[in-house]
Structure formats: structure tokens, C-alpha cells
Design a binder for this molecule. Structure first.
Ligand SMILES: [Zn+2]
Ligand SMILES: [Zn+2]
Length: 635
């Protein structure tokens, strides 16, 4: 990794921003005024924003300096040495990330303090129609808000930062992260109008952050995005290592290899507990280096010199985008970046110098027509088959500025996240129907460690206890197998559920309690107002449709003045089922007649609903949502 690449020229950045149409959006404010101890921590980043830690600086930072005179939280290593005390206990409370991939958040609690690692979101599953995203239930944290020292964020992926705008609304505590992660968090908070009030802090690798009873150390790792960190949480009970999402990449596209030396050093001193990424624990061997995908791209470009090339990948896979740009430059092609999240993330990454682009490489999508096919590469969103993303819109001919031709080669540069397989094969079929060529072999490597890398981490860390995280039960079970294979006693490896309270001391690690945890559904502008009842209605609507009955009665006599009018949606085709509707109307008339003497509107409504429901089930074996609208007028 050369230093020159890190120090990207101003001119070049301005060019990228201009091309991405982002120059205004990305101007950043970092000069918050400190008000109190916690606000002070939030106010001042440890370094000025365009400064990258140099190698020597990084090595010495551990034993160095007051990084920021204003900050009470970032201190020198000497001051931060926390000696584990026998008998002291720390509680580890995962509030998400264990039943699914996504929504990662874990609290570490001592007598006086709480530190929280990550605050991610998850995407809704098929049983949640109309839900936009899912965030963790942080009721427990709200109850103990006064103890919270801050959020410590491992990296800038949605499943680690996505819930921050929602959670910070109620818990505005300091947030600590590395530089790129912070910029991506800023993007999110800006969208929610929260950038002024948030207390964001930039931390460099090797820094310690003093946080009440804890001190949290940021350690460099490799992943599919730069600036990913593992966290060594120095606690009164001992050191807990949280790996974050990681892989071991000896030849990363950007930056250094994972800081195995520091991990080994900590391991040698003694790590009490390891919380390690389980995503790829079911995959044998090593995860290939990100660079191998670069070679695949080289071959694809060499083989398709005449074609237009379109690469679909995750917006957040900054390294992948860099590799496509590098190969495109080698083959003299212009690059178009399309898709809102892609432009956002890549714009931020290039502004901060995490992506190197030659002047003039990036062009706007409207300029495509000025170039022949063999001079163009598009990098787009939608590799997971998301219906609103660029790739799906292209595949279905709904993209306003671009239509596919038989001369297009589409490279799917990601593997489907579990649950997205159907959507991905649908989009591949649609693309094939447009007669484009679709390539998806060897065009992706994972950002997560496979079995042999997990073994390496266990060998270096040699933890006394282990709690596998970041994965469904099957992934975490697989990591347990790895832990046992490298000699860990069975009883020292704990598989826990979200909401479990783990009590950790120097000689024990066990679940002692359970707190409220689980998904909170976010829908449009509301948060958490989509309860189970609403979801049940939505499911019923989507499966059985709705029947609305409108009738007006005379007050007192209960005589029908108008109606009953019957409307249905998603139940039957009315024009061909007049008989069915006529009978339904008779059922309603009988029901109203039955309860006329009670003069109780609620009773009328219920009777109508029940009778109709029976009738519809008898006739067509369906259970639509029935909505009786019964009104009374005094005429
Ligand atoms: Zn990640
Ligand atoms: Zn993750």
C-alpha cells in the first residue's frame, strides 16, 4: 500500500465530486461546540478530517498522546490500562444479529457504564409487507440511558450503522468510528436532519477510547469496505475481543493487512472472551483475496473488447468498485456510476481518498451516447435483485436513460444474501430475455472469514470463552465446531439468543437473564408503529383481499335508508360474480334485521362481519378482511 494513493490530490477529488454531482452534498461540518463531557467527546475528531494516519504514527498511537485536549474520552494507552480484577463481572447483551444476518448491536455493561458495539438494521422478510426496514428494540438501553458512554461502530455497512438515525433520536450519545465509517454515518444522519446534534468522533487504528469503566481499542481488519475495525474492549473483568465483520486479506486492494500482530499481542496477554464473525463458518478453506476478483475482471474485459460492460455490485463494496474502475482505466473505458446509494457511498469514499480515479474517467450517465459501447463501463446497484434498483429497472426496460442491447455484458459481482436467491434469478432471467450476456462465475469473493481464518483467529486470540456472533444459529453452530476443533472446551463456547444477558467474569461465562429484544418495524415515516395487528391485516389483505359493506340506518327505527353497498378488492371479479354479491347483500340485510331491536351499532357491525365471514367461507373458502361501515342518520 503506497502512501501516495492515500493522499489523493484535491483537484482529482473535486473532479470526482463534480462528476458524481455531489460537491455540495458532501461538504462536511465538524465544528460542533462542546457543551458537557459527553458533548465534548462528540465535538472534536481526533485528527483533522483529511489527515490519514501514517504508518509510524499508527504504530505509536497505542502508547501515545492526548489525542484531543478537549476530549475526556480519548486518552493515552498508559492511562487506559485496565487491570482485570478477579470477581469483577461484566454483562454482554446482544440485542440483535443472532437470529439473522443484519441488525447487529451488542451492549457491554459494567456496574457503572455501558458501551454499545454497532447499531445496524435488517431488511424486512416476506412476512412483513409494506415494512421498509427493521431496527433493533433498544428498550433496555433506553431504561439505562444514563449509563451509556457511546456507540462504537466497527464499519460502515448497513447491518452495522443503519439503525443509528432511529436510535440516536432517543439516545443521543457519542458515536466512535474510523474515518470512512464516520463519513457514511454522516450521510445517513444528514438525510434525517440530525447532523448538527449528533456527537460523532473519528478514531484511528491503535487509538483507545476511555469510556467509563471500559476502554475500547480500534484494531485494523480486512473486509469488503475499508476502515473496518475489530474492537478490543478492555473491561474490569478482562479483555473482550469483538472481531466485527472481517476476513484475512494478505493482499488487500486498499490499505494494510489485518493487524494480526496486535491481535496476537493481546492474545498473548490474555483475552477473556471472543465475539467472532460467523457468516462464513460453514465454508471451508480461506476466503480469497479481493484482488482475485480484479484478475477475473481483467479477463472479462479482455474477452469482451467490443461490448458494453455493466457491473452490478453492492453499493457498499468500495473495494470492488475500485477494481472495476482500475481495469476500466487500463482498457481506456469511461465509467458511469448509477444508483442513489452507489453514488452516495462511492462519492464519499472518493472524497476521502479511499478510491483512486484518474481525471476524466468518470462521466455522467447522460454522456453515454457520446461514446461507443466499447468505451463504456457502468457500475450499478441491484445485484441482489432489488426491484427498484438500477439493474432491475434496466432488465425490465424501465430505466429512463438507458436501454439494454444484445451487445451488453452484465457482470453480477456479488452472491445472493440468503433470502434473495429468487429475486436474483428473476433478474438474471429478465436480463437473458433481453439477449444480454450475464456473467456470474468467479466475479465475487466474500468479505467474511472462512473456517481456516477463524482457526487462525482462535489460535492467535486463544480466548478463555467464546460467543459466536453475526449469523443465524447454523452459522454460529459451525463456528462452535471450529472452536472445539482448535481445542476449546465445549462449555466455554456459548450460543446465545438476542436479548440474553451473559454474565462474564474471569472464571465463568453464562446466561443469567433475558431482556426485551427483537425487531422493530419501520414503515414510511413512522417508527415501530407497525405492530403485529397491522402486519396480520396486511398479510390477510395480500392473501384474501377486502370486502367493504356500507349501509345507512335511520336513528331510532333502525330502518335501512341506503345500501347495503358492497365493494370488494382482491377477492373476486365482481362483474362475473353478481350472484355472489347479491347473496352477500341478502346476508347483510338479514343480519341487520336480526339485531335491529338492540339499537347498538357495534353489535350491528359485528353481526354483519360474522355473518358475511361465514357466508364467504361457505361459498368460496376465503377469509377476506371485512369492513362494515354502518352509519346512523336522524331523518
Ligand atoms: Zn460488513
Ligand atoms: Zn455485517
Amino acid at each position: 500500500m503506497s502512501k501516495t494513493r492515500r493522499i489523493t490530490e484535491r483537484k482529482q477529488l473535486t473532479e470526482i465530486k463534480k462528476k458524481l454531482g455531489m460537491s455540495k452534498k458532501l461538504e462536511r461540518k465538524t465544528k460542533d461546540k462542546p457543551k458537557n463531557k459527553k458533548a465534548a467527546a462528540g465535538a472534536a475528531p481526533a485528527r483533522t478530517k483529511n489527515e490519514k494516519p501514517k504508518k509510524e504514527e499508527k504504530r505509536t498511537a497505542r502508547s501515545l498522546v492526548q489525542l484531543n485536549p478537549l476530549s475526556a474520552l480519548i486518552r493515552s494507552a498508559a492511562e487506559l490500562h485496565i487491570s482485570p480484577v478477579s470477581g469483577k463481572k461484566v454483562r454482554i447483551i446482544p440485542l440483535g444479529g443472532l437470529e439473522e444476518i443484519g441488525m447487529n448491536i451488542t451492549a457491554f455493561e459494567s456496574e457503572k457504564s455501558i458501551v454499545i458495539v454497532d447499531c445496524g438494521m435488517a431488511f424486512p422478510n416476506e412476512d412483513m409487507p409494506g415494512v421498509d426496514l427493521v431496527i433493533p428494540d433498544v428498550s433496555y438501553l433506553k431504561e439505562h440511558a444514563d449509563k451509556i458512554e457511546g456507540f462504537f461502530i466497527t464499519h460502515g455497512h448497513e447491518d452495522h450503522i443503519g439503525a443509528l438515525p432511529y436510535v440516536l433520536k432517543d439516545l443521543n450519545v457519542p458515536v466512535f468510528s474510523t474515518r470512512l465509517t464516520r463519513a457514511l454515518i454522516e450521510n445517513k444522519l444528514r438525510e434525517h436532519g440530525m447532523i448538527e446534534s449528533a456527537k460523532l468522533n473519528t478514531v484511528c487504528f491503535g487509538d483507545f477510547v476511555k469510556a467509563g469503566d471500559f476502554s475500547v481499542e480500534f484494531i485494523k481488519t480486512n473486509h469488503s469496505i475499508q476502515d473496518a475495525a475489530a474492537l478490543a474492549i478492555h473491561s474490569p473483568a478482562g479483555v473482550i475481543l469483538h472481531t466485527g465483520d472481517f476476513k484475512v486479506d494478505y493482499t488487500p486492494v486498499f490499505g494494510d493487512t489485518i493487524d494480526l500482530q496486535r491481535i496476537a499481542e493481546l492474545g498473548k496477554k490474555g483475552i477473556l472472551a471472543l465475539l467472532c464473525d460467523s457468516t462464513n463458518a460453514l465454508r471451508q478453506g480461506f476466503t480469497m483475496s479481493e484482488k482475485t476478483v480484479g484478475h477475473t475482471f481483467e479477463n472479462i474485459f479482455a474477452e469482451h473488447k467490443e461490448n458494453r460492460i455493466i457491473v452490478a455490485t453492492f453499493a457498499s463494496n468500495v473495494d470492488r468498485v475500485q477494481q472495476v474502475i482500475t481495469v476500466a482505466e487500463k482498457y481506456g473505458r469511461k465509467v458511469v456510476i448509477d444508483g442513489r446509494s452507489m453514488i452516495n457511498i462511492i462519492g464519499t469514499a472518493s472524497e476521502l481518498g479511499y478510491i483512486t480515479v484518474k481525471e476524466g474517467t468518470l462521466i455522467d450517465i447522460s454522456e453515454i451516447r457520446n461514446y461507443p459501447d466499447d468505451k463504456i463501463v457502468l457500475i450499478v446497484t441491484g445485484s441482489q435483485g432489488e426491484s427498484m434498483a438500477v439493474l432491475s429497472r434496466m432488465a425490465t426496460g424501465q430505466h429512463r436513460k438507458l436501454s439494454l442491447t444484445a451487445n451488453d455484458v452484465i457482470v453480477m459481482s456479488s452472491t445472493p444474501i440468503p433470502g434473495n436467491e429468487k429475486a436474483v434469478s428473476k433478474v438474471i432471467n429478465e436480463l437473458s430475455r433481453m439477449r444480454t450476456k450475464v456473467i456470474y462465475q468467479d466475479t465475487h469473493v466474500s468479505g467474511h472469514a472462512c473456517v481456516e481464518e477463524l482457526k487462525l483467529i482462535y489460535a492467535l486470540v486463544h480466548p478463555k470463552f467464546s460467543i459466536p456472533v453475526h449469523g443465524e444459529l447454523r452459522h454460529r453452530l459451525a463456528q462452535k465446531e471450529v472452536a472445539l476443533a482448535v481445542g476449546m472446551p465445549k462449555e466455554n463456547c456459548l450460543l446465545v439468543d438476542s436479548g440474553d444477558v451473559v454474565e462474564l467474569s474471569q472464571d465463568s461465562c453464562r446466561v443469567i437473564d433475558k431482556v426485551q429484544a427483537g425487531p422493530v418495524m419501520v414503515d414510511g415515516l413512522g417508527i415501530g408503529d407497525v405492530g403485529n395487528a397491522v402486519l396480520k391485516d396486511r398479510q390477510s389483505l395480500s392473501q384474501n383481499g377486502i370486502m367493504i359493506v356500507a349501509v345507512t340506518l335511520q336513528k331510532g327505527s333502525g330502518q335501512i335508508i341506503s345500501g347495503p353497498e358492497i365493494e370488494t378488492r382482491g377477492l373476486i371479479y365482481v362483474k362475473e360474480n353478481e350472484e355472489f354479491i347479491r347473496e352477500a347483500r341478502e346476508v347483510v340485510l338479514r343480519a341487520i334485521d336480526e339485531c335491529r331491536r338492540y339499537k347498538d351499532m357495534a353489535r350491528v357491525r359485528n353481526t354483519v362481519r360474522n355473518e358475511l365471514s361465514d357466508y364467504i367461507w361457505r361459498r368460496i373458502k376465503r377469509t377476506p378482511l371485512i369492513l362494515p361501515v354502518v352509519s346512523e342518520v336522524s331523518v
